[in-house]
Write a protein of this length. Structure first.
Length: 285
């Protein structure tokens, strides 16, 4: 009788473990989004938490997506429709359970086409992200980034002029590189309690403006050596703006320009508003 009880207990334990393993299983999904005759794209991404990798490729389809996730804890949605000549793609990943996020599998690898002009809007929560938007014909880019650790890169030039470029960064550690390749007209970036590096090197053409607001975080800015530059900003008892090794003339209170800025064809203006944080600007090749 005692042996039977022991066997029953072992069987029950195995059943519990097996049930738990099945409940926490992961699944792999691959999705291809056809373009369906559209010649431009609007893409909206709402990513709750996990690992998000985005890259670009010369593909005929609008996008390709590979997902590794835990169905018990994570849901996802893919919706594509076409209106006129514009394809509209909505991608969402949502956690069913907010606690113990570190134990939940949710890994996305998203490939976006470089063939179609793109309006991209992203809302990214607690995640690790590697995002390379190089070569995509971006016309609009709006990013709301939460507690993210990662990097955004423009690894090759944007063939379109990016006229609406807006980034809101929360408590993140974020590096953005190749910003000259983004081919932007104006960039608005708000950094809360973040640690950011903004690297404006790359293939710079035309006139661009950056409006940077910093809360209690720190931002390092790298500008390409030899680029015509104007810096507007000030510091207070609770903040700092430091410019390192750049040949600048002070032309007004809290305004500096490199010699010949007014007549330069390619030039960058950086406007800085710092509350309680720090901004450091460097020049590199």
């Amino acid at each position: 009788m005692g042996a039977f009880k022991n066997l029953a207990a072992i069987g029950l334990a195995l059943l519990v473990v097996t049930g738990s393993a099945l409940a926490d299983r992961t699944e792999e999904v691959s999705e291809v989004v056809p373009i369906e005759g559209a010649d431009r794209l609007q893409v909206e991404i709402d990513f709750g938490a996990g690992t998000l990798d985005i890259m670009s490729a010369d593909i005929e389809e609008a996008a390709k997506l590979d997902i590794l996730y835990s169905p018990r804890w994570v849901s996802y949605d893919i919706d594509y429709s076409k209106r006129g000549n514009t394809g509209r793609l909505f991608l969402e990943s949502e956690l069913r359970r907010k606690s113990h996020m570190e134990d939940i599998d949710n890994e996305w690898e998203l490939t976006l086409s470089r063939r179609y002009p793109l309006d991209l809007e992203m809302d990214v929560g607690a995640s690790e992200s590697i995002i390379d938007l190089g070569g995509i014909p971006l016309t609009r880019l709006v990013m709301d980034i939460g507690a993210t650790s990662g990097a955004i890169d423009f690894s090759r030039p944007n063939p379109e002029r990016l006229r609406d470029f807006d980034i809101d960064v929360g408590a993140s550690s974020l590096e953005i590189t190749g910003l000259a390749n983004a081919n932007f007209e104006r960039m608005d970036i708000s950094s809360g309690a973040a640690s950011c590096e903004l690297d404006f090197r790359g293939d710079f053409h035309g006139e661009s403006e950056v409006d940077l607001e910093v809360g209690v975080g720190s931002v390092d800015i790298i500008v390409p050596r030899g680029l015509a530059l104007r810096i507007e900003g000030d510091e207070s008892w609770f903040s700092s703006l430091d410019i390192h090794g750049i040949d600048l003339d002070q032309i007004d209170d809290d305004v500096w320009e490199t010699p010949g800025f007014d007549g330069a064809r390619d030039r960058l203006t950086i406007m800085v508003d710092v509350s309680m944080g720090s901004v450091d600007i460097y020049e590199k090749r």
